[in-house]
Design a protein around this ligand. Structure first.
Ligand SMILES: [Zn+2]
Length: 109
């Protein structure tokens, strides 16, 4: 496995997620403008906030998973299942570069 290209891929994915997270954060902290004056518009914005908050949380979790994968590359444990210690199938890593468990362990939860 070419770890340096995996690492590049993980870092590129992380940068993309960071940019999206920053936009979601801006939206939630209203640095993109004050709440709308109109009540109906406020309601729409608040509903929007819930969607953006959920997106924000998912992006943060995805970034954390990528960070863990990058740490595992640095420690030389990348591609090894954190549960059973078996190698994670190359196809699975290709589809999910941040995977920390092999397919069998992931299916067991
Ligand atoms: Zn496993």
């Amino acid at each position: 496995m070419d770890l340096s290209s995996v690492e590049r891929e993980l870092r590129a994915a992380r940068a993309g997620l960071e940019a999206r997270l920053a936009r979601a954060h801006d939206h939630l902290t209203r640095s993109d403008g004050p709440l709308a004056q109109d009540f109906a518009e406020q309601a729409v914005e608040r509903e929007n906030d819930e969607v953006v908050q959920a997106l924000h949380d998912r992006l943060a979790a995805d970034i954390a998973a990528l960070d863990t994968a990058l740490q595992r590359i640095a420690q030389g444990t990348y591609g090894v299942c954190t549960v059973c210690g078996e190698e994670i199938a190359a196809g699975r890593l290709k589809a999910m570069p941040a995977a920390a468990k092999c397919t069998a362990c992931a299916e067991r939860g």
